[in-house]
Design a protein around this ligand. Structure first.
Ligand code: SAM
Length: 360
């Protein structure tokens, strides 16, 4: 059968080619911004008056040849300004507000680190496109480190003052004292914040990553916390009927191999009247409904190259980060939660907060 001749809209073609060029430049800049964060270069620049490349390198304690090349990317990418008459570089204050450690929780340089975390497994993901299967957690360079840094500055920073109050009476319950569990606790940052604030409550963290659990224990020990424990556990085997007054899951349900079993175990393990607080990515399970979300392509990328594939690596459901509110609500109902509300925080359009109560 002969193919149908098509006429190309040349203006559209040129516009898209231009967009591709921007995209390639921005991809390079993302990597360099990640390096700028890890080496402390943005923090150094923010603290310096306009300076030469050599002065910037000396102040950061870095090799000047590398710093000069990095500055080339930053200047041509319009992140850093250069005065050609004096050869002095400066980071505009407006740019520092989303690039430096002191700008946290608005430090977007933290997020750019995911680009190289995902790039580290690109070959294996390409293999999966051909053969199926998945890439397990342990193949990712620096995943737990970057995840902890990112979630601590977003969810962690808002936890006590904004997230807990979403569930009526929860703060008071934790003050009085209960037993709480964080499922898929990662490096334990959220748990340690909770344990420090609520000394009458006993906190437990389960995660199947030994590396993450080691990090959690180290933080708890460094902070001298006695009311928090961490255990290497597969959340799919959770079965401690009626034990917990609160169970939390921060960004930790959609990438499970068996999220259905995990949610059923959570429902079973709550005490009567207990609360399940689940933070997960805001979105819809329909591609067309996510077009307006500012970071939708990035979230589908993280999903394909991490959340979905780590689940498929264990022959799991592979829900992915964009499983959507529709799927989440269906699965919570199937797990036995009758009373579920979904809330959002004004400053956090990325996440949905589900409050699910176990009936008495
Ligand atoms: C996206 S990370 C979120 C970590 C942490 N809650 C945070 O917000 O920083 C998901 C976590 O779930 C853990 N996880 C995945 N599958 C698990 C399972 N079957 N049992 C226990 N933990 C699991 C991973 O090791 C990882 O630490």
């Amino acid at each position: 059968m002969a193919s149908t001749p098509t006429t190309l809209d040349t203006a559209r073609q040129e516009a898209f080619t231009g967009r591709m060029v921007d995209l390639i430049n921005n991809a390079g800049l993302s990597l360099m911004i990640s390096i700028g964060h890890r080496t402390g270069l943005f923090d150094t620049l923010a603290a310096l008056p306009p300076s030469t490349a050599e002065e910037v390198a000396a102040a950061a304690g870095l090799h000047p040849r590398y710093v000069r090349e990095w500055l080339g990317a930053m200047v041509t990418g319009e992140v850093v300004e250069l005065d050609p008459a004096t050869n002095l570089y400066r980071l505009p204050g407006e740019h520092a507000t989303c690039l430096t450690r002191s700008a946290s929780p608005n430090n977007l340089a933290v997020v750019t680190q995911f680009v190289s975390v995902l790039g580290g497994v690109e070959d294996e993901i390409v293999d999966c496109f051909h053969k199926g299967g998945g890439v397990p957690y342990e193949r990712y360079p620096r995943f737990h480190e970057v995840m902890a840094e990112e979630s601590d500055q977003t969810v962690g920073a808002a936890l006590l003052d904004h997230i807990l109050p979403l569930a009526t009476g929860l703060t008071e319950q934790l003050e009085a004292g209960t037993v709480a569990l964080d499922v898929g606790c990662g490096s334990g940052h959220a748990l340690c914040r909770l344990a420090a604030r609520f000394p009458n409550t006993q906190f437990h963290g389960y995660d199947f990553s030994e590396q993450a659990i080691r990090r959690g224990r180290a933080r708890a020990a460094a902070e001298g916390l006695r009311n928090v424990t961490f255990e290497v556990r597969d959340a799919a085997t959770l079965n401690e009927p009626g034990r917990f007054g609160l169970i939390t899951a921060f960004d930790a349900i959609h990438d499970q191999a068996r999220p259905d079993a995990v949610l059923a175990g959570i429902s079973r393990s709550l005490a009567p009247g207990g609360t399940f607080l689940m933070q997960d990515i805001a979105g819809s399970c329909h591609h067309h409904a996510n077009g307006d979300r500012p970071l939708a392509p990035f979230m589908y990328t993280i999903s394909c190259m991490h959340c979905m594939t780590v689940s498929l690596a264990h022959e799991g459901m592979g829900l992915g980060a964009m499983w959507g509110r529709e799927t989440a609500l269906d699965m919570l109902t199937e797990a036995g939660f009758a009373d579920v509300t979904v809330q959002q925080l004004e400053h956090d359009q990325m996440n949905d907060y589900y409050i699910a109560r176990r009936e008495n």
